[in-house]
Design a binder for this molecule. Sequence first.
Ligand code: CAP
Ligand code: MG
Length: 431
Amino acid sequence: MILGQLITIPYTLFQTFGGSQMKYEDFYNPKYKPAVSDTICTFRIELRDPSKSMEWAAGGVAAESSIGTWTELTTEKPYMKKLAASVFKLNDNIAHVAYPIELFEPGNLPNIMSSVAGNVFGLGDIQYLRLLDIHFPKKLIQSFPGPAYGIKGIRDTVKVVKRPLIGTIVKPKLGLRTKDHAKVAFDAWAGGCDVVKDDENLASQKFNPFEERVVTTLDQRDRAEDETGDKKVYLINVTAETKEMLRRAQFVEDHGGRVAMIDILTCGYSAVATLRKQGFNLILHGHRAMHAAFTKLPNHGIAMPVIVTASRLLGIDQLHVGTAVGKMSEDREEVEINIRKCKEPLANLKPTLPVASGGLHPRHVPSLIDIFGVDFIIQAGGGIHGHPRGTRVGAMAMRMAVDATMAGQSLEEYAKSHIELDEALNRWPFA
Ligand code: CAP
Ligand code: MG
């Protein structure tokens, strides 16, 4: 029997009968009082084998997401024990785990996530595992840049003080030639949108090359500003290989762009960190395409509040957080937690502006303002371009819905004197 076969003896067996290294149970520590410098993670655990104890499983999560167990050194070197994460609270299958700050490299989010959100999801003895929330200590938070603009900086840039910002996404998502893309953008701005955004999967495809698109669409932005007298922003998708992404962001800045958009999850936390580190005079818009692959299952994966906090630390100024009323799956409670995570005090970091997007149209505005308040962006693609009279009037109708709700008037009442809104309410009879 060769050595390799010996090593595959069931891990748990070794755990149970093994030598003097730490065991999963050793990481279960109800007497432990978290230090102010600890990072606290909350996990929901579902056991595969009900004969195992939740203390054991929670200890396993703490072990495998911190120093592990597989070495004698764990006990021989006293400083090692100090580094071990501790399960300090366990309510049924909800485990609260404290991580000593020395476990992590300050300012390095991929490093931290590789611990707390790394291998643990793959443990065979745990059927399902969900990272519900993460709280960082002040010292670690301060090792991150946070948003450069935040809510106030974005409002100052767009010169919109009180109401929600109104935005659209150029649709169809892909396929429009540059000239047509820029025309749709102009119509949306001229109709009253503050924001026009590239779709998450538009980069520099042959039908709409990046540089041509940026120059042509920014020209239309300027034209719309001249026509309306209002400030307008174009959210330009720079998602690409990291060096190329930086080159594109530089191009945006050099041509008078004010916002760079990045698909934060498909690019990864390192890429977001690199983009923020460059210190461009650009608002960073975070699209979360792919998030539902690990945020959607209620008993497994990573909950969206964790991604909100991560994005804010990394420097995302505005971030998609769900709508509760549109086409995507999150409910009101989930969305409200995401909104809170965007704005709650986080050491000295600025708040991130929440973005509501996904199947929205003017009829959704009253409930959106009820859920979000006024500090957010309403992003509607089909809900603006799908207006019977097209993009420009669609944008007018969305603006009217916001004006009506801000004035405390019902949409129906306001529509009596605003035909564009009336047409929209007929087009979308249900919220
Ligand atoms: C919305 C959208 C957004 C999603 C993202 C889309 O278009 O452009 O990418 O809202 O989802 O491609 O579906 P519509 P989330 O307004 O036409 O629906 O905000 O939940 O991350
Ligand atoms: Mg999209």
